[in-house]
Design a protein around this ligand. Structure first.
Ligand code: APR
Length: 317
């Protein structure tokens, strides 16, 4: 069986880590595209020379030519500026929508049958723009935000309760901004609701709520927390890993239930926008949106987050 082809558009921090992860897991041959000459070529050569040590047999090609992504099964877009301290993701919309417009044209021309995963920020607007320009069916365009936001929420819960991150289930819905909706009711450890475990730990409901509220708040601002520490860019290991889970679920038809930014057609009361919701991701891309009833409070938070997404998307020309 021929190897799969994975094209990465943007050879910066996230693109480089993604190239390495795709190669080490032998998910497919990797093409890394960037406009900076030498950068993707240098990173690919460096990673390819890891092959004999780690023992992987995929090819890695760095390029400044879109024609090299031809025939890609999956394209992951990380082209665009990252945040600097004090910036919100939305501040990137002007410059990154220009970049996304070029990138989407390249994908449309050279990889018209690919699945596209968008990571560039502001995520909800960039995935919308990418779909508009490529015209791809909406099952083939997915934004990465929820897997990472949920991973951050899960990490905070695991650290708070002193348990393995592997046994925490947590999920966020909504846009990839400060109004995202970490779902408290469905957060669990080994199937046991986190709120119950917090109440037992602290012996009272008020303190448990206070601790949970702090974790929710930290989740919403978690990207900014990393930016403030790095100062020169934004998180890159975690967004790369998060999108890899999506890539793997598509290529291996795993049908994983992952929160992803997908086009909604009335689900959760949202029509005609890309918003983060739980989905089934498999060989067909977005195979299903998993809908369930939100409490009045959750729906109100979701509506607020969706309103922010609509406002942002409305600023695209
Ligand atoms: N086409 C292709 N690549 C481009 C273009 C373009 N028109 N313009 C810029 N790039 C490249 C840059 O040369 C750079 O190598 O995109 C890369 C971005 O890499 P970094 O600056 O290291 O940013 P990174 O941390 O990888 O984040 C990329 O993902 O999470 C989001 O907010 C983040 O929008 C940012 C994106």
């Amino acid at each position: 069986m021929a190897r799969k082809k994975i094209a990465l558009i943007g050879g910066g921090q996230i693109g480089g880590v993604l190239a390495q992860l795709c190669a080490q897991r032998e998910l497919g041959d990797v093409v890394l595209f960037d406009i900076v000459e030498g950068l993707p070529q240098g990173k690919c050569l460096d990673i390819a020379e890891v092959g004999p040590v780690e023992g992987f047999d995929v090819s890695l090609k760095g390029t400044n030519n879109y024609a090299d992504i031809a025939g890609a099964d999956i394209v992951i877009v990380t082209a665009g500026l990252p945040r600097k301290p004090g910036m919100s993701r939305d501040d990137l919309i002007g410059v990154n929508s220009k970049i996304m417009s070029q990138v989407a044209e390249g994908i449309k021309k050279y990889a018209p049958n690919s699945f596209v995963i968008v990571i560039s920020n502001p995520l909800d607007a960039m995935v919308t723009l990418c779909q508009k320009i490529t015209g791809f069916p909406t099952n083939r365009i997915i934004g990465q935000a929820g897997v990472l936001d949920s991973a951050r929420f899960a990490a905070f819960i695991a650290w708070e309760l002193g348990v393995s991150v592997r046994d925490v289930t947590a999920m966020t819905l909504g846009g990839h901004g400060d109004d995202m909706v970490p779902l408290i009711r469905y957060a669990s450890v080994g199937g046991i609701p986190v709120m119950e475990l917090l109440e037992r730990k602290y012996g009272n409901a008020a303190k448990a709520k206070e601790v949970m509220d702090a974790m929710v708040s930290r989740t919403r601002k978690a990207g900014g927390e990393v930016v403030a520490l790095l100062k020169t860019g934004s998180a890159f290991f975690s967004p790369a890993s998060a999108s890899l889970a999506m890539v793997e679920s598509i290529l291996k038809d795993q049908k994983r239930v992952l929160p992803c930014c997908v086009y909604l057609n009335g689900e959760f009361g949202v029509k005609g926008y890309f918003v983060g919701v739980p989905t089934v991701i498999g060989a067909g891309g977005v195979e299903k949106v998993i809908e369930f009833k939100l409490s009045a409070e959750e729906q109100a938070m979701m509506d607020k987050s969706v309103a922010a997404v609509k406002e942002l998307v409305g600023t695209l020309k």
